[in-house]
Design a protein around this ligand. Structure first.
Ligand code: URA
Length: 432
């Protein structure tokens, strides 16, 4: 019997469960260009609305994994370890963690993604570095991992091509925040890397795909289940994403924040250290990675080692080595925005909440992310957050600075930002 994509889509629309063979045909034929995007987009929405069982999720992961090569670093000691986030706003820790692990004597062969939904992507951030290549032959990737200790690439025609295509389609079809689709996307990439250990930063809150901690816990459990099936030692951390991580949101800006942290530069506004949460989370994740790598006996010890390596400048050295190994031009400098404008607080009071997803969407409107698959990104576009939750703000105080090359977009972006900040009296809000 021939495999009919329209029948497969109709089955999911009717809430039926797919078989392993059907899933293998669908994902395999999509990866090789035999099923067009419009049919896959229709299936994605049916799967999003009607769900996928844990067996279906496992079979999708398996099919996506085997759509390309699966790497092996069996001879490396310590065994490679990686970290992946389920997606956030200003969530930039991978840029520090890969070189940190390399500076500690470990290995990180990281396969990352582009911006997804309202969240940013490591690949788009790295491409803000002039010349940096996230696509290369797998032999070259493996040789950089061996020589430098870390390299970061994207899915390609050779490795996880099914995720490359599915990820881009989910980004623009409002089908991102589905636990099974997130699990298959993340775990197919991570298993293909040939790692022995994985730290997952599972986000919850207004800037995450999982808005509640309970849903994030569910996602974490399913990710661990798949990791265990493939013999990967998988650890999850549930972390808060109710405000952007650190200060900067946007591709070049986030690379700048990471380079500042790796150079021991602090950003202080009104007595508040705006990079402190990025550094704390990075060290927590690093501690776990160093334990999985068997470089440190405990997370606490790993955090100490991570901090020392950062303070010594060795992580920054590794980061630069990695950028040059991946094609960055000599003495590269980050691009800077032509236009900047402050966004001011309309009232006085305490900063009670931020709608962090709206900040991510405002970034897409500025050009920091894509509205359509073929959109070009403005690497300079984004925001510098000037305040943190709980802080007191004055009327007219800058809440954030807007950056980008197109100031004509600023008025519409500001309109969206008008819905982001809830400022007031906490007692009055509690009684309302
Ligand atoms: N990261 C991924 O690689 N895929 C997702 O679906 C979400 C986060």
């Amino acid at each position: 019997m021939d495999f009919l994509p329209a029948e497969f889509i109709a089955n999911k629309r009717q809430g039926k469960t797919h078989t392993q063979i059907e899933i293998k045909s669908f994902i395999g034929q999509f990866a090789t260009g035999k099923i067009p995007d419009y049919q896959v987009a229709a299936w994605l929405m049916a799967a999003y609305l009607n769900g996928l069982s844990s067996d279906e999720t496992l079979w999708i992961t398996e099919s996506m994994l085997h759509s390309g090569e699966v790497l092996s670093f069996g001879d490396l000691d310590p065994a490679p370890v990686d970290k992946h986030s389920t997606g956030g706003v200003g969530d930039k820790t991978s840029l520090i963690l890969a070189p940190l692990l390399a500076a500690a004597g470990g290995y990180t062969p990281m396969m990352a993604g582009r911006g997804l939904g309202h969240t940013g992507g490591t690949l788009d951030k790295l491409e803000a570095i002039p010349g940096f290549k996230v696509q290369m032959e797998l032999e070259q990737f493996k040789s950089i991992v061996r020589k430098v200790g870390a390299a970061i690439i994207g899915q390609s025609r050779s490795i996880c091509p099914a995720d490359l295509k599915l990820y881009a389609l989910r980004d623009v079809t409002a089908t991102v925040d589905s636990i099974p689709l997130i699990c298959a996307s993340i775990m197919s990439k991570k298993i293909a890397e040939g790692i022995g250990g994985l730290v997952l930063d599972v986000k919850f809150g207004s800037g995450a795909f999982m808005k509640t901690k309970a849903k994030a816990q569910d996602l974490a459990q399913q990710l661990v289940y798949i990791g265990q099936k493939y013999g990967i030692n998988t650890v999850t951390l549930l972390t808060d994403m109710n405000q952007p991580l650190g200060s900067y949101v946007g591709n070049a800006l986030e690379v700048k924040e990471c380079m500042d942290i790796m150079s021991n530069i602090k950003m202080v506004e009104n007595g508040v250290e705006l990079y402190a949460d990025t550094l704390d989370l990075t060290l927590e994740l690093a501690g776990n990675m160093l334990v999985l790598s068997k470089i440190c006996p405990s997370v606490e010890e790993g955090k100490k080692v991570g901090r020392k390596l950062l303070e010594s400048g060795k992580v920054m050295e590794k980061f630069m080595e990695m950028t040059y190994a991946q094609g960055a031009v000599t003495k590269w400098q980050l691009p800077e925005a032509k236009c900047k404008e402050e966004y001011l607080s309309p009232v006085e009071g305490q900063l009670l909440t931020m709608d962090c997803e709206q900040i991510g969407l405002a970034g897409i409107e500025l050009g920091a992310g894509r509205k359509k698959i073929e959109d070009k990104i403005d690497p300079t576009a984004g925001f510098c957050m000037k305040v943190k939750l709980g802080q007191k703000v004055q009327k007219g105080q800058p809440l954030m600075q807007i950056y980008g090359n197109r100031s004509d977009l600023f008025p519409q972006v500001k309109k969206r930002l008008d819905n982001v900040f809830k400022i007031g009296n906490p007692l009055r809000v509690a009684n309302e």
